[in-house]
Structure formats: structure tokens, C-alpha cells
Design a protein around this ligand. Structure first.
Ligand SMILES: NC(=O)C1=CN([C@@H]2O[C@H](COP(=O)(O)OP(=O)(O)OC[C@H]3O[C@@H](n4cnc5c(N)ncnc54)[C@H](OP(=O)(O)O)[C@@H]3O)[C@@H](O)[C@H]2O)C=CC1
Ligand SMILES: CC(=O)C(=O)O
Ligand SMILES: [Mg+2]
Length: 422
């Protein structure tokens, strides 16, 4: 067993199995405490909530509680390994919610025989949560599932692999292209993968200025072109009229490669064929489409990002979902709409251009980090993400009319200790 494999397994196993625990927020030492926490006292909030469901926000943890729900059908880039095997990732999302945004979460892994069974299961439990983060559900089922749940629930439902990934990718891409002296509206983009993350990323890049005719998307069968008759409606949106059929054809002269597909699918020959100062986001986890060291060796001019924490430029939805939910929960938004997503893109993009705090340098054991090819996007440990993204998202929710509460008086948030206000 390799050292890194053993370290990862030990981390998950010791000192107790798993990565999350539940803590008490009220005293429970005395008979009086118990008579308040449980019978008879607990009946009072029950009556209040039955009288007015909004009281659940006052007397339970609902307002700061997100369900992380998966069917395990697209676990990272590992594939369809089922609900139980997805649990370490879902617990991991809970760790990130708590660590970076002070949000409590519980993971729920659903063994559903069909998308409708999954939708019905989630819809039946939705009311008791502040929000629902769908995770690692494969395309195309994820699109139908998310849409149905958004329509049926009056709390935010957000498929992280689609929108979290797209927001972070768009922010990183705008910065990377700026550093490369290029712009999104003229960039030639190759997207390897045509699933949940890829479709959402390309849609958001188009909203940010990319031209659909400049995007070549590929799935396992190659280039998605107008002559194909096997495309679902989501892939068909990106079909282009082209003679290109393979990654080798498509990558020739491309400015940008976005990988949301599988490990090791990009070769040195591919990256060699890209335009000057290529932007390569090899975002498959845990092993990217191309090893960053091979990419740099082959193309010293590359601006390179991966989804991993152990290389510079981590383009990963961890930079999005904790803070987006924070802002959405704090204004009690009924949904996470396009305005909120775009606000998050700009908050994240702009933060990368500011000086990096000492605490980040220490966490990454770096003497300096500054906006440039090796730092296109902030790191997850940057506490300013909480302040900037949550504020931007909350404001956008208020401005776009989906907030049920005003902009929070305790904002901006300096740390996770501030999330419940004064
Ligand atoms: N860095 C980040 O923040 C994130 C990274 N990801 C990564 O993106 C990848 C996809 O995740 P997700 O979209 O949720 O999964 P999906 O199952 O929805 O999509 C996977 C896509 O990858 C394509 N694909 C797989 N193997 C190949 C191949 N050999 N050649 C071309 N295309 C291939 C599939 O093609 P086909 O349609 O033909 O089956 C499909 O379109 C994962 O590796 C995941 O780790 C996802 C979310 C966030
Ligand atoms: C990061 C993430 O959500 C994924 O790779 O699926
Ligand atoms: Mg995921």
C-alpha cells in the first residue's frame, strides 16, 4: 500500500471512524434541563411549529442545516459505485460546510431504483432542512432530478457538481484568460466530458461571454457534432457543425481545455498542440486528465488548474457551495437563482486579485502568492471567501426577489463564529 493511500485510510479510520460528529447546543446536565430539552418541554416548540411552520427556524436547527444527498452514481471521477461508497465524499462535503461556512449538514445516501424514486424520497424529507445540496449524481438524470426538486421544494436545492463547479470554473477561467492576455468571447474552448459538471460549466461560460460556436464538447464517443443522432437534449445544446471527431482533432490550436471526464485522458501530444499560453483546467478528481507536472514540462507557458488541494490553482466546488449556501440560508432564499450564481462568480474572481493573507501563506507553506499563472483563484482556507461570497449571494437574493428575509444585519461575516449573529 502506498504511503498516501495508507495516510488517507488512517485519516478516515482514526481516532474514530468517519469525519463528522454531532454536538449539543443546550445544557443537558439536570432534570430541569432534560424537562426542557425533551418531555414535557419539547411539546411547546412542537405546538408552535404546528401552528406556524416558520417557527421551525426559531426552535430547531433547520435554518442552518443542509442535507447533502447522493445516489452515488457519479462519485468524483470514480464512477457509479453506489450510495454506500459515496458516504466518505458526502461526509467530506459536510466537513467543508462546517469548516468554511459554519453550516451543519447531514449526509443522506439514497438507494433509488429510478430518478422518480430519488425525487420522491427527497421531496418527502425536504421540509425539515434549510437547503438541499445534491452531490455526485450522474447526467443526464441529475438534470431532471434537480429541476423537479426545485419545483417541489421552497428551500434552495442546488446540484453542486453542476453549479458549484460552474461558478468556480467561470471565476478561474475569467482570471486565467486575463493573465494569458485573452478573452472569453474569442477563446476556443475544448471541454472533455458532457455530464453534469461539463454541461453546467459550459452554460455558465456562455452566460459570461463565451461563444457556443467556439466550444467543442466531447463525450466517450468523441466530438459532439450536429451529425450525431445519439445525443440527449443536454448534449445537443452543444452540438457544433464540424469535421472534428476526436480530442486530437479538437485540441489543435485551442486556447482552453476543460476536463470534467476521467483520469489521464489528455496526453502530452494534446497539450503540445494547443495555442500559446494555453489554459488547462484538468478538474477530474482525484486524478486529473493530465498530470500537472507533465503538463508544465511539455508546455512551460501553460496556466494549469486541477481539482486537487496539493497543486496550485485548485478549481474545485469547495470554493463555492459552502459560501453560496451561507448567503442563501441567511436571507432564507427560496432558491439559488442565476443572479446569485453570477454574484458568486464575480466575488470569487475579484478576490483573487487582492493581496493574500499571511494565514493562507502559512497554510500553503509559501513565502508569497499573488495574482498570476500560479494563483488564478483564492484557496479554500482564505477566510475572506466567507465574507465576500456570502455577502454577494445574500445581496443578489434580496435584489432578485427570492429572499424571505432582509440582508442580514450581522453581515459581513469575519469568521464562522459570527454566523448566528450577535
Ligand atoms: N473540480 C471540481 O470541482 C469537480 C470535478 N468534477 C469531476 O468531473 C468529472 C465528471 O463528473 P460529473 O459531471 O459529475 O459526472 P457525469 O457522470 O455526469 O459525467 C461524466 C462525463 O464524463 C464523460 N467521460 C467519461 N469518460 C470519458 C472518456 N474516456 N472520454 C470522454 N468523456 C468521458 C462522460 O461521457 P458520456 O456522456 O459519454 O458517458 C460524461 O459525459 C468527475 O471526474 C469529477 O471528479 C465534478 C464536479 C466538480
Ligand atoms: C469536487 C467534486 O464535487 C467532484 O469531483 O465530484
Ligand atoms: Mg461532486
Amino acid at each position: 500500500m502506498t504511503d498516501s493511500r495508507k495516510a488517507a485510510l488512517d485519516y478516515h479510520a482514526n481516532p474514530i471512524p468517519g469525519k463528522l460528529s454531532v454536538e449539543l447546543t443546550k445544557p443537558t446536565a439536570t432534570a430541569r434541563d432534560l424537562s426542557l430539552a425533551y418531555s414535557p418541554g419539547v411539546a411547546e416548540p412542537v405546538r408552535e411549529i404546528a401552528r406556524d411552520p416558520e417557527n421551525a427556524y426559531l426552535y430547531t436547527g433547520k435554518g442552518n442545516l443542509v442535507a447533502v444527498i447522493s445516489d452515488g452514481s457519479a462519485i468524483l471521477g470514480l464512477g457509479n459505485l453506489g450510495p454506500l461508497a459515496s458516504k466518505p465524499v458526502m461526509e467530506g462535503k459536510g466537513v467543508l460546510f462546517k469548516r468554511f461556512a459554519g453550516i451543519n449538514s447531514v449526509d443522506i445516501e439514497v438507494n433509488a431504483e429510478s430518478p422518480q424514486a430519488f425525487i420522491d424520497t427527497v421531496a418527502r424529507i425536504a421540509d425539515t432542512w434549510g437547503g438541499i445540496n445534491l452531490e455526485d449524481i450522474k447526467a443526464p438524470e441529475c438534470f431532471e432530478i434537480e429541476q423537479a426538486l426545485i419545483e417541489q421544494c421552497n428551500i434552495p436545492v442546488f446540484h453542486d457538481d453542476q453549479h458549484g463547479t460552474a461558478i468556480v470554473t467561470a471565476a478561474g477561467m475569467l482570471n486565467a484568460l486575463d493573465i494569458a492576455g485573452k478573452s472569453l468571447d474569442s477563446a476556443r474552448i475544448v471541454c472533455l466530458g458532457a455530464g453534469a459538471a461539463a454541461i453546467a460549466c459550459m452554460k455558465l461560460l456562455v452566460s459570461c461571454g463565451a461563444h457556443p460556436e467556439n466550444i467543442v464538447m466531447l463525450d466517450r464517443k468523441g466530438v459532439i457534432h450536429t451529425g450525431r443522432e445519439d445525443l440527449n437534449q443536454y448534449k445537443a445544446m452543444f452540438a457544433v457543425d464540424t469535421d472534428k471527431r476526436t480530442l486530437d482533432d479538437a485540441i489543435d490550436g485551442a486556447d482552453v481545455f476543460v476536463g470534467l471526464s476521467g483520469p489521464g485522458l489528455m496526453t502530452a501530444d494534446h497539450i503540445r498542440k494547443m495555442a500559446p499560453t494555453p489554459v488547462v483546467f484538468a478538474c477530474t478528481n482525484p486524478d486529473p486528465e493530465i498530470d500537472p507536472e507533465l503538463a508544465r514540462e511539455t508546455r512551460p507557458d501553460v496556466i494549469m488548474a486541477t481539482g486537487r488541494s496539493d497543486y496550485p490553482n485548485q478549481v474545485n466546488n469547495v470554493l463555492g457551495f459552502p459560501f453560496i449556501f451561507r448567503g442563501a440560508l441567511d436571507v432564507r432564499a427560496t432558491r439559488i437563482n442565476e443572479e446569485m450564481k453570477v454574484a458568486a462568480v464575480h466575488a470569487l474572481k475579484d478576490l483573487a486579485r487582492e493581496p493574500v493573507p499571511q494565514a493562507v501563506l502559512e497554510a500553503y507553506e509559501q513565502e508569497s502568492m499573488s495574482f498570476g499563472p500560479e494563483y488564478i483563484i483564492p484557496t479554500p482556507v482564505d477566510v475572506r471567501l466567507l465574507e465576500r461570497i456570502s455577502s454577494a449571494v445574500a445581496q443578489a437574493a434580496v435584489d432578485s426577489g427570492v429572499a424571505r428575509k432582509p440582508y442580514p444585519s450581522h453581515y459581513p461575516l469575519a469568521t464562522v463564529d459570527d454566523v448566528y449573529g450577535g
